[in-house]
Design a protein around this ligand. Sequence first.
Ligand code: SAM
Ligand code: DTB
Ligand code: SF4
Length: 318
Amino acid sequence: MTALRHDWTTAEILDLLQQPLLDLVYQAQTVHRQHNPSNEVQLATLMSVKTGGCAENCAYCPQSAHYQTEVEKTAIAQVEEVLNRAQQAKTLGASRFCMGWAWREIREGASFDAMLDMVRGVRELGLEACVTAGMLTDSQAQRLAEAGLTAYNHNLDTSPEYYDQIITTRTYSDRLQTLDRVRQAGMTVCCGGIIGMGETLSDRARLLEVLANLDPHPESVPINALVAVAGTPLEQQPPIDSFELVRMCATARILMPTSRIRLSAGRTQLNREAQALCFLAGVNSIFYGEQLLTTANPEIQSDRQLLADLNLKATELV
Ligand code: SAM
Ligand code: DTB
Ligand code: SF4
């Protein structure tokens, strides 16, 4: 059994990332089987509760108010609509429901009260509940934890060194501070990043280093491939090679043996074989449902078929 470590160096991680692909995947699957049930994948369904008009300037994001994209700013969804969608996700086999808010930071008032109602309602359905809504205060973290929120998602996105090429309206340490508040309030942490934004292999290693050296590790680690959206500064980025995504997932699995590694945005670009290789590399969660937040995800029917053909079981509700 490999012990959990929080002292990984950049050089060690770069060595892992650059191993012969099959050695890397073999090592990742070995670690995976030591710590987690094999052949099991958690299905998480996303819903955009508050879409567009965000004050941050994240270069990848179609919801930033700084860029002209096809995403329109919409009103905050009603609690009832959100809970209907959560019920539907449960019926379709999801065990986690994730609610996205295009905010720089959580606002107090009716919308935060509604967020708390959504969290309570999702938990009452027996689903894990996750919220992603930007920065928060200690008191907001506390109230979300009291409402039963399972996890708060807040991604580091890339390395500390590359960060200011992607976002200038907040800092890496702002991000780490929010993660700490989530942890202090007793919720689990969902934190990962994006590849395909023009970063180097060292940047990827450094992102993984920061994630793996958090103690405890984030319980869930979304690995996104950039969805290059027209109107964003990254619209011209070429798609990444799927083996690079496999390498990223495998290395995340080796570094964080007990975390859920979630193959997140970018799955529509992957064929079935590439996704199977990601599962072999230790991925044990995907986003399930035809939409991510504002962009497309694979069809429900094709995901069901993929899981059936690979004999993978969806994680059951507890
Ligand atoms: N505003 C909150 C925040 O930034 O934490 C929550 C919503 S934000 C859309 C959640 C995450 O989605 C981002 O941190 C980023 O990692 C991911 N994301 C956004 N746009 C993406 C894109 N075009 N491709 C891949 N991942 C993306
Ligand atoms: C995460 O890491 N990826 C999800 C979820 N956490 C919130 C979001 C992906 C968004 C992709 C672009 C969009 O659909 O707007
Ligand atoms: Fe806003 Fe989040 Fe998009 Fe950044 S990633 S622009 S914070 S919604």
